[in-house]
Design a protein around this ligand. Sequence first.
Ligand SMILES: [Zn+2]
Length: 166
Amino acid sequence: MSVIDEVLAANEIYARTHELRRLTPRPERKLAILTCMDTRLSILTMGLKTGDAHIIRNAGGIVTDDSLRSLVVSHYLLGTEEFMVINHTDCGLMHSTEEDLRTRIQNRTGTAAVAPAFFYAFKNVDENVRHQLQKLRTHPWIPEKVAIRGFVYDVTTGLLREIKDP
Ligand SMILES: [Zn+2]
């Protein structure tokens, strides 16, 4: 049985009670979080319940065209008023460079197929968070009344550390 088959079996059991049926698409606590897809960070580590917030995830927790699209939809269509950007220690994107990732994947596949324009590799996690905050704070479609704050999640201690502007 593959993991996907296991998930389907678990879903059948879940659907018998479907306890999340009462939730609406609007985050109850009007919060949107942009973070990495890393397995070690979850709503549990932030004291949130399903339904409390939008969680937008990609490799690194990067403001890209697409995560920006989600944040804009989150605010204008679904009423979120605070944005949290969370990067984390020991991120996979810190252990490589754009060049290295591209070369490594091309060597393994033997082809330069349709590729992402950027992998958004980075070296300094604090700087990376600041960079994402700048992209959001300077965007004309994100109103000033939306609170935007950035954090680094320490995967060893489990703590969030706020990144203040320089
Ligand atoms: Zn990561």
